[in-house]
Write a protein that binds this ligand. Structure first.
Ligand code: PLP
Length: 393
């Protein structure tokens, strides 16, 4: 059977692949520490689970409007008003099956064949594939590690062509944990306005900020930037609800309507009971969100210390999300490996620690470690990585 051209070059998600390999080893009885996960290890807060159960008992088990139940759209509008000083109407909101599907639907609604989308590297693995699936061309701009993996205005200017339609910004970033400041966003925003480039602002890690960093949504910087931006967010990371599959997009009403039409022919609607769970997540106390943030913050401090003590491993200090993205090139060479991918593979085989190689994120010299796991596991993982590096040198 001949498969469609569009899937022939599609690469499987490298983060899911490493998790699958680690699980396979675990199932075979090995003591594997998986630092590949892209999801919080906490349970969904109980009041959210209770609300979803109640919704089912009340009979909310049928289809909903394609773009989401009105009460949830309203709660999302209120969340952005409260947290980000941004005012949207409910016809500027679409609720989707996770932020991933919000992005997928957005690119399907937005891109024509050959439209270019600027993707700063390192990037989240799904961006390039989703752009390509919509007929677009990903244009990668390598952000410098020396600038904490953040794009500078000159680099952006140099990447713009007459075909540039959009740019994807992800702050805080997966995989680097980098957080753009207000001033940095203003500079990028000004260029996007000048060239009429749509900004796709993926704000999924908004609630996971550490140290003295402050989250700023680029859409909140001016009325013009609000019009120029599509905001993507969801409850997966903030409320530890990855399996519930609820995300959303906020933006121009015409675009949101087109996305909703597309959703009506693909998902019909995001899972009904999950929408009621998300509604409870936004309408109740945010105490648990803050508790989880504090736990992540503590783990970051510890893990950062342990990892940066390993010879040949260098790391920028992240200000958000739950990943470290150290440069391990020196350690890889000192250990006698040719590539980071080989080094990661040997580490998993010999020490049973699963990391994600940076190649999938557009950064060949780095690896991604997720600290969405217990402190004990993180300490043991750091010990094993150190032992591995020392053994091979
Ligand atoms: N955007 C980024 C940067 C992510 O890391 C993820 C999940 O890993 C998503 C979007 C998708 O989140 P969701 O679970 O809501 O689909």
């Amino acid at each position: 059977m001949d498969l469609a051209k569009r899937v022939q070059t599609l690469t499987p998600s490298s983060t899911l692949a490493i998790t699958a390999k680690a699980n396979e080893l675990k199932a075979a009885g090995h003591d594997v520490i998986g630092l590949g996960a892209g999801e919080p290890d906490f349970n969904t807060p109980q009041h959210i689970i209770d609300a979803a159960q109640k919704a089912m008992e009340k009979g909310f088990t049928k289809y909903t409007p394609s773009g989401g139940v009105p009460a949830l759209k309203q709660a999302i509008v209120e969340k952005y008003e409260r947290d980000n000083a941004l005012t949207y109407e409910t016809n500027q909101v679409i609720v989707t099956s996770g932020a991933k599907h919000a992005l997928y639907t957005l690119f399907q609604a937005l891109l024509n064949e050959g439209d270019e989308v600027i993707i700063p590297a390192p990037y989240w693995v799904s961006y390039p594939e989703q752009v390509k699936l919509a007929g677009g061309l990903p244009v990668f701009i390598k952000a410098k590690e020396s600038n904490d993996f953040k794009l500078i205005p000159e680099q952006l200017e140099a990447g713009i062509t007459p075909n540039t339609k959009a740019i994807i910004l992800n702050s805080p970033s997966n995989p680097t944990g980098a957080l753009y400041t207000k001033e940095e966003l203003e500079a990028i925003g000004a260029i996007c306005l000048r060239h009429d480039i749509l900004i796709v602002s993926d704000e999924i890690y908004e609630k996971l900020i550490y140290g003295d960093g402050t989250f700023v949504s680029i859409a909140s910087l001016s009325e013009a930037l609000k019009k120029q931006t599509v905001v993507i967010n969801g409850v997966s990371k903030s409320h530890s609800m990855t399996g519930w599959r609820i995300g959303y997009a906020l933006g121009d009403a015409k675009l949101i309507k087109a996305m909703t039409n597309l959703a009506s022919h693909s998902t019909s609607n995001p899972t009904t009971l999950s929408q009621y769970g998300a509604l409870a997540a936004y309408q109740s106390s945010q105490e648990k969100v803050e508790e989880m943030r504090q736990a992540f913050s503590y783990r970051l401090e510890k893990l950062y210390d342990w990892i940066t003590q390993i010879p040949g491993v260098y790391c920028m200090k992240p200000q958000g999300a739950f990943y470290l993205f150290p440069n391990v090139k020196e350690a890889v060479v000192a250990c006698g490996f040719h590539t980071v991918d080989e080094w990661v593979k040997a580490l998993l085989e010999e020490e049973k620690v699963a990391l994600v190689p940076g190649s999938g994120f557009g950064a060949e010299d780095n690896v991604r470690l997720s600290y969405a796991t217990s402190l004990e596991q993180l300490e043991e993982a750091a010990k094993r990585i150190k032992r591995f590096v020392e053994k091979h040198q």
